[in-house]
Design a protein around this ligand. Sequence first.
Ligand SMILES: NC(=O)c1ccc[n+]([C@@H]2O[C@H](COP(=O)([O-])OP(=O)(O)OC[C@H]3O[C@@H](n4cnc5c(N)ncnc54)[C@H](OP(=O)(O)O)[C@@H]3O)[C@@H](O)[C@H]2O)c1
Length: 290
Amino acid sequence: MKILLTGRNGQVGWELERALAPLGEVVATDRSTLDLAREDQIRSVVRAVKPDVILNAAAYTAVDKAESEPELAMRINGFAPGVLAEEAKRLGALLVHYSTDYVFDGKKATPYVEEDEPNPLNVYGRTKLEGERAVRAAGSRHLILRTSWVYAARGRNFFLAIAAKVRASERLRVVDDQTGVPTPAALLAASSAAILRRAEPDASGNLYHLVPAGWTTWCGFARAIVAALGLEAEVEAIASDQYPTRAVRPRHTVLDNRRVGATFGLVLPAWQTPLADCVQQYGAAARRSS
Ligand SMILES: NC(=O)c1ccc[n+]([C@@H]2O[C@H](COP(=O)([O-])OP(=O)(O)OC[C@H]3O[C@@H](n4cnc5c(N)ncnc54)[C@H](OP(=O)(O)O)[C@@H]3O)[C@@H](O)[C@H]2O)c1
């Protein structure tokens, strides 16, 4: 199997490059070799590589900055996935594309299932929803995997932000009225590889919510991170309006993962379980740099 991967330096892309290696030849690209803002380059790279599978892990992920760069965010998140899907169709390749819980408005009290109607509240969410639509419209074989609150021991994410603040003995005030599911990039990558091992996605749909089980708030996640690091620090719970951001965040975006589990035989752990692995990698990275 020949696999073309975008976004190799991102949280998910970095893990995917490693998780996909046993499946075949992985051609991993970054912004310098495949810029999603350049349609001509997307087409020429896909035509040169001729992959059996394309995994699109690259995206414009700066949720607040997207409010002031909507055209660029739309080009990368909304338009480019459709171009990848058109090229996948031309080759008969499968496109695996990642999307987000922020396609929802967060007003539902129970977990979101794949049939729920999206209604994004911010530019990032709107551009990601457009990307999903563009992939579907191109008519290629595809899997859209929606996930949420991605973290890893490298990159830019909530886990590292909290870890840095605790170590610097900074005061921790964290939003406690937004719920979601923290998802390690490594779990996403391993699950994506497991999905690819199943020959054909079955007929129950090609949109899946891929997150661990359970849910928490950002504050609950911060407290779990502090505990997993074996440190002691008080985390003060605050309301969203005490932490204003440029982009409005949806309040409750817990994704229901039952479809992906049932379709691909995946057993997804409780969100707390993989936190220990991330802490271990974080410790190893800290030891390497000291
Ligand atoms: N992070 C989250 O909390 C979260 C939540 C839900 C869904 N998702 C989705 O999960 C997927 C993976 O996200 P992630 O967390 O791994 O994001 P990430 O760590 O921010 O990585 C995104 C990658 O995309 C690359 N990129 C940005 N613009 C590009 C362009 N024009 N051409 C080529 N590459 C470009 C970035 O390259 P540079 O390093 O050069 O900037 C970066 O390596 C995305 O589809 C995202 O929307 C993420």
